[in-house]
Ligand binder design. Structure first.
Ligand SMILES: [Zn+2]
Ligand SMILES: [Zn+2]
Length: 99
């Protein structure tokens, strides 16, 4: 068998300890109940949803709050609600999925 196996990982892998390093990429907390989020092909590790929201959630272009619901997207810009979208975008047809 001459197949090449590529092992991706850090060069400084700790020997044989099978302990997964799951350090929150937001606050750096090394928490054994952290979780992964795969978004747009990127793997993220968080120790809490708060950190995940901090990192992942888009920010409303109008009021600046984190969009943690479905929110509203207009031409790649995120708004927390149709009201914010209409205030910023003017009279555009906005699909408010929040209802
Ligand atoms: Zn964290
Ligand atoms: Zn808003």
């Amino acid at each position: 068998m001459a197949s090449t196996v590529e092992v991706s990982g850090r060069p400084d892998r700790p020997g044989r300890g099978r302990r997964t390093m799951a350090v929150c990429e937001v606050c750096g907390n090394d928490y054994d109940k952290s979780f992964e989020v795969i978004a747009a092909g990127q793997r993220h590790v968080f120790d809490s949803f708060e950190c995940a929201v901090h990192k992942m959630a888009p920010v409303c272009e109008h009021c600046g709050c984190k969009v943690i619901g479905h929110g509203t997207e207009v031409d790649g810009r995120f708004y927390c609600c149709a009201h914010c979208a209409k205030d910023s975008e003017g009279d555009v047809p906005v699909d408010d999925r929040v209802g």
